[in-house]
Design a protein around this ligand. Structure first.
Ligand code: ADP
Ligand code: MG
Length: 697
């Protein structure tokens, strides 16, 4: 196996090794400058690169190329063009120019843009992101690109992500210079996103309109067994699932994606895949590809992968843990406590920047993970609450409070903890990583942001993480660059930060109800739902923050806010309509038919043996009552949905859906789930939770 992985790893990626092998030395060097230092690329170099890329791609079976990008829909987009062209004599040749590599012009009018692109200017353009490698997928050469409008506004998730990486690079370098570090040329954020998902048997999936249209079950009584035995977590993987995982791993490896661990999760039928981390933009591209491949390969094995945050009521949902750190081009992880007092001071400063950013920008961190799907998870005793807090572990917290209060910390020296004078202990992972209930946990040498939902792009949360931390680093750099005595300025800064922002540090159980109370007393935000959180996006101070670091301009923030609100409303609308469809077309007719069977049996038995028919009568009574309840709830949901047509403002609509539509949906689900429990299995119109959760044999 070992040999095989190295044989196939990255074979479908036009990576550095291939570039070096296939490009002339000066072309390669120029391209490296573009990749590593963000220098712009001239057309001559681009032509040479395009040509080498095309030859390589054709040798690997590609016939088409595409600019692969990440519009605001959450999925990736691609439009395939063939390499085929004709030369002057009309002969067919395979061609791919530098211009085609650098820039594409897809018709952008059907992608969400939040009013950024007037329809008369429907075209957007895509631009190559040379910091993420081109790759081959389904015989198509895919070129990772950013997607913008002609006025230069970002229409995608990659553009602001790259901008946010530039912002943090700039500020982190300033800090490193203050510490006298001159050899680091760039600082990049790194991310390792752990991906959770469910697998269900395709034959059951196909019978559930809710799964097909919305990705989650809108009805379903609990199965006799749920996740209470906790026998699925890290349990043996079923052979069919194992075959799927083997193929998935192989395909991911070919694409240079370092899928490393895979295991069963707590919930039945739930699994997790963790890659080895890489730079954030690559990790984001890779995570998008991973989600796509999970879905595609599952189908080949007669399975369907559910990436929704909450496919099953009463069963843990799926998240995406965003492991985040900062790394220099010289290979130093800036969130790793160092070997020397000097390195430790630097570590503490970066740590403080993260703590301060989390406290001051709770709103932005929260809204970076806000979707209708994720609202089911956050705060539902299975995922971190909707309250942002930071877990540091006991040891690090004690060190910070020793610094804050000029107290001794239990070093060998038994001295007052001084920044720049003491070596910090290494924090072994198992002492810091036990708390799984924290939304944002320091795990020894990185922060793990555990709030993102399983289906969203990690670009969303990393744009925010990078920007808010860049802003704190900027403030720190502004102070330290001007300081006459660096050590005392540093001491003051760190102490002050701990003192002013320690309220965000919480090492206790985040699932506990008492935390909600305590967090309130500490003055922390608890933005429970998406409509609560999103309006903070467009607050003046936040728009200014994004502008300050050139991540978004005002129009971009507003357009994204509108897109997100609209997405929330549309998601709920589809869910409500799907429920109505399933109730009217499947549940009510099926149960009505079943009650007819009961009634007929009852009458016939009565004629033949004149018994009491307690069983049939009781069930019939029960069912008839619930049937009427379900029907009334149907009418009421229909009525509520009709009223929403008059609301044109998306923000108002979002609150209406949250406050009126969601409760009406729940009121409809309740009698239907009761009906499911009372109806004969054969008469129930679609597969139950038991089949979906335990049906992969
Ligand atoms: P655990 O499983 O205990 O959470 P791991 O070390 O297995 O911890 O890492 C989990 C994820 O964090 C992996 O995807 C890994 O690649 C990622 N990771 C590790 N170090 C870093 C880092 N410096 N930056 C970003 N992600 C990281
Ligand atoms: Mg996990």
């Amino acid at each position: 196996m070992e040999k095989k992985i190295t044989d196939i790893f990255g074979t479908l990626v036009f990576d550095e090794e291939i570039m070096e092998e296939r490009l002339a030395k000066d072309t390669f060097n120029e391209l490296q400058k573009t990749i590593k230092e963000g220098k712009s690329l001239n057309l001559k170099i681009a032509n040479a690169v395009a040509n080498a890329m095309k030859d390589w791609a054709i040798e690997h079976g590609a016939t088409h190329y595409t600019h692969w990008f990440q519009p605001m829909t959450g999925v990736t987009a691609e439009k395939h063009d063939s390499f085929i062209n004709t030369n002057r004599n009309g002969k067919v040749i395979m061609e791919f120019s530098g211009k085609e590599l650098i820039k594409g012009e897809p018709d952008a009018s059907s992608f969400p843009n939040g009013g950024l692109r007037a329809t008369f200017e429907a075209r957007g353009y895509t631009a190559w992101d040379p910091t993420s490698y081109a790759f081959i997928k389904n015989n198509v050469l895919c070129i990772p690109t950013a997607f913008c409008s002609y006025s230069g506004h970002a229409l995608d998730k990659k553009t602001p992500l790259l901008r946010s990486m530039q912002a943090i690079n700039k500020q982190a370098l300033r800090i490193l210079r203050v510490f006298g570090n001159e050899d680091v040329k760039s600082v990049k954020t790194t991310v390792g996103p752990e991906q959770e998902y469910f697998l269900v048997d395709k034959k059951y999936y196909e019978k559930r309109k809710d799964l097909i249209y919305t990705g989650r079950t809108l009805f379903g009584a609990p199965s006799p067994k749920g996740q209470e035995m906790e026998d699925h977590y890290f349990g043996t993987i079923k052979s069919r699932v194992q075959e799927f995982m083997n193929e998935l791993n192989e395909e991911l490896w070919k694409l240079g994606i370092l899928a490393k661990t895979e295991h069963n999760e707590v919930a039945p039928a739930q699994h997790e895949l963790a890659p080895i981390f890489s730079t954030t933009n690559m990790a984001t591209d890779h995570n998008q590809l991973t989600m796509e491949l999970i879905q595609r390969i599952a189908k080949k094995h007669g399975l369907v992968a559910l990436l929704h945050e909450k496919p099953f009521d009463g069963i843990n949902g799926s998240g995406k843990h965003n492991n985040w750190s900062l790394s220099t081009d010289t290979g130093v992880n800036l969130l790793e406590p160092g070997e020397t007092p000097y390195e430790n001071a630097q570590f503490l400063l970066f740590l403080c920047a993260v703590i301060k950013a989390a406290d001051e920008h709770q709103d932005l961190l929260r809204l970076s993970v806000a979707t209708a799907g994720n609202d089911h998870r956050l705060g539902a005793n299975e995922a971190p609450p909707a309250i942002i807090s930071v877990f540091l572990g006991e040891e690090l917290t004690q060190i910070l409070s020793a610094i804050e209060e000029d107290k001794t910390y239990d070093f060998k020296e038994k001295e007052v903890m001084k920044i720049g004078a003491h070596v910090l202990p290494k924090f072994p992972k198992d002492t810091t990583d036990r708390n799984r209930t924290s939304p944002f946990a320091f795990t020894g040498n990185k922060f793990e942001f555990r709030m993102p939902g399983s289906s969203s792009s990690v670009a969303n949360c990393n744009i925010i993480l990078n920007t808010v931390i860049a802003d704190e680093l900027k403030l720190f750099a502004d102070i330290l660059e001007e300081a006459s005595d660096l050590t005392s300025a540093l001491n003051r800064l760190i102490k002050e930060t701990i003192k002013n922002h320690k309220r965000i540090i919480f090492n206790g159980n985040g699932y506990d109800d008492s935390w909600v109370e305590e967090a309130k007393a500490r003055g922390l935000f608890n933005l429970r739902t998406t409509p609560d959180a999103l309006p903070y996006f467009v607050k003046d101070e936040n728009i200014e923050l994004f502008q300050r670091h050139k991540v978004f301009d005002k129009e971009e923030v507003i357009s994204r806010y509108e897109i997100l609100m609209e997405e929330y409303v549309k998601t709920l609308n589809i869910e409500a309509l799907t429920m109505l469809n399933m109730v009217r077309k499947e549940i009510l007719p099926a149960v009505s038919q079943y009650s007819y069977t009961l009634a007929k049996t009852c009458a016939t038995k009565d004629k033949v043996i004149q018994t009491e028919n307690i069983y049939e009568k009781e069930v019939l009574k029960d069912i008839s009552k619930l049937l009427d309840e379900a029907y009334k709830a149907t009418l009421s949901l229909e009525d509520i949905l009709n009223q929403v047509q008059d609301i044109t403002d998306y923000e108002k609509a979002a609150f209406y859906y949250r406050d009126k539509v969601i409760p009406a949906m729940m009121a409809l689900r309740t009698p239907c789930d009761q009906l499911e429990k009372r109806t004969a299995e054969k008469s129930w119109p679609f597969p139950t939770y038991g089949k979906l959760l335990f049906g992969i044999l």
